[in-house]
Write a protein that binds this ligand. Structure first.
Ligand code: FES
Length: 226
């Protein structure tokens, strides 16, 4: 296997030529935060939480998709890098339903953990929010697009691992939503209810339906007719 020599935060290491900077950093025991990355399944460089400085490159690079090369020098924890990660995270949070107190993923949420790690104390970027209806028609999966961070981990696990492919990105830009074809409910497409999308979701945008959902839905339906 062909190897290259690189330096990460002053540590010199040798890694295979086909490694990304993230793989090399993990091999060197250097921590780089990630959010959209799911090894071997979702390596698309979408969230930019893993940005690092690469000597010679003008802009910061996403470590999860940036390939190593001979003699490369990488800095993973400079002030510039920390500031960029924090801004990226705040922008993601600005259009995220932050009802953490009642979220099933609270204390087990990758976004919440990153916000703590990066010391986010306020959301500086309040702007337009798109509110979308909850999809709770499936007997087993509840989909809340308002908590979705568009990482696409669910899309790639559904399509490439489970070979089902019922979830995709609809629309473009600020209007992008992870949904099904023609925005139908998961109950109305060929979802096999395997639950792998729930496992892949870093936040509470996909979760298992439980008995409380059924009780609340029954109460809501009852109130509709009283
Ligand atoms: Fe690298 Fe999301 S983890 S861009």
């Amino acid at each position: 296997m062909e190897m290259v020599n690189i330096t990460i935060d002053g540590k010199k290491i040798q890694v295979p030529k086909d490694y990304t900077v993230l793989q090399a950093a993990r091999k060197a025991g250097v921590e780089i935060p990630t959010l959209c990355y799911l090894k071997g399944i979702n390596e698309i460089g979408a969230c930019r939480m893993c940005v690092v400085e690469v000597k010679g490159a003008r802009s910061l690079q996403a470590a999860c998709v940036y390939p190593v090369s001979e003699g490369m020098e990488v800095i993973t924890n400079s002030e510039r890098v920390r500031k960029a990660r924090k801004v990226n995270l705040e922008l993601i949070l600005s259009n995220h339903d932050r009802s953490c107190l009642t979220c099933v993923r609270s204390r087990n949420c990758e976004l919440q953990k990153l916000a703590e790690d990066l010391n986010v104390k306020q959301i500086r970027y309040e702007g337009e929010n798109i509110r979308r209806p909850l999809d709770d028609f499936s007997p087993s999966v509840v989909r809340d697009p308002n908590k979705c961070i568009l990482c696409k981990r669910c899309i790639n696990v559904c399509r490439n691992v489970q070979e089902v492919g019922v979830i995709n990105a609809n629309y473009r830009g600020f209007r992008t939503v992870i949904s099904t074809a023609f925005d139908r409910s998961l109950n109305d497409v060929a979802c096999t209810m395997c639950g792998q999308c729930i496992q892949a979701c870093p936040v509470g945008a996909l979760r298992e339906k439980d008995s409380t959902d059924i009780v609340w839905k029954a109460l809501a339906d009852k109130n509709k007719y009283v």
